[in-house]
Design a protein around this ligand. Structure first.
Ligand SMILES: [Fe+2]
Ligand SMILES: [Fe+2]
Length: 282
């Protein structure tokens, strides 16, 4: 399985593609001279996307009293990054919308987890290294995309890893290690490369399970992943730093030591984002 899985992926004819609009919007935002009007014009070339973004900005998620009728107003009010995140999230989910019924992976749970990691990663980046906020959001959304590829196109392999995970009560990535196979992070990074996503984003996806060793975006996404999977309030409603994070890098400690102060608020944001993005796929 290990050496030829990438060749097999290359042969999948209906492999999901990322709409050109995502790359275009990413590119425009790298250019500091891009204006709200230029960005709006690109988004407005995609009518379905325009309609969905307007629906999003007018939803209770943002809670504006007056109706926002154009993308340029949305960009002005919400800012470039928020509109970019909406474009990326809607596009990525649309690319995979065809994948609905998988034997061992509940697709709703998958996107709920991915959105939660995206939103928490962005929060951690906003409060430690703002230059990484966009990559952390997109990377968070895509970090486990390799699992979706495995479950859809390599169902027997996925099933084997899944059963090892259940039987041995270990994590999915540890089950992959046990099977000595290419892991979902490498497969996700391979897909991200095929999609021509920027290299820091590819690296962040590739290393999201490589404990605290590589690029900052990968560390942030790895930590957010761990928080989403293990962080719950105790009987008094406090949220303490999970054990696995006690030796997290210093740049994240201020946020990790004050989880009770911000984590519950983000849960509400995640719940509304999930509701909107799941509904928009229907
Ligand atoms: Fe993962
Ligand atoms: Fe994950």
């Amino acid at each position: 399985m290990k050496p030829d899985i990438f060749q097999q992926i290359d042969c999948i004819r209906e492999l999901p593609t990322l709409p050109a609009i995502v790359l275009k919007v990413n590119q425009m935002l790298q250019d500091l001279d891009t204006t709200a009007n230029q960005l709006s014009r690109v988004i407005e070339t995609d009518q379905a996307m325009t309609a969905k973004i307007l629906k999003l900005v007018n939803s209770s998620f943002y809670g504006f009293k007056s109706t926002i009728g154009s993308i340029s107003t949305a960009v002005t009010i919400l800012g470039f990054n928020t509109v970019q995140h909406a474009v990326v999230s809607l596009s990525v989910m649309k690319s995979f919308a065809r994948i609905k019924n998988l034997k061992r992976l509940n697709i709703q749970d998958f996107w709920r987890h991915s959105l939660a990691v995206a939103i928490i990663s962005k929060h951690l980046a906003d409060h430690s290294d703002k230059t990484l906020s966009s990559d952390c959001f997109t990377g968070g959304l895509l970090h486990d995309i390799g699992k979706l590829i495995l479950a859809e196109y390599f169902p027997e392999h996925f099933e084997k890893i899944w059963l090892t995970m259940i039987d041995s009560a270990i994590s999915f990535v540890d089950a992959e290690k046990m099977a000595d196979t290419v892991n979902h992070a490498e497969i996700g990074a391979y897909l991200a490369e095929k999609w021509l996503l920027p290299q820091p984003l590819v690296d962040a996806i590739r290393h999201h399970h490589s404990a605290f060793s590589s690029a900052r975006a990968a560390v942030i996404i790895g930590v957010a992943d761990l928080l989403v999977n293990t962080c719950f309030p105790d009987s008094e409603g406090r949220i303490l730093m999970p054990d696995g994070l006690s030796d997290a890098p210093a740049f994240l400690l201020p946020q990790l030591q004050t989880l009770s102060g911000w984590y519950p608020r983000l849960q509400e944001e995640i719940a509304s984002a999930c509701q909107f993005f799941m509904d928009s796929q229907g």
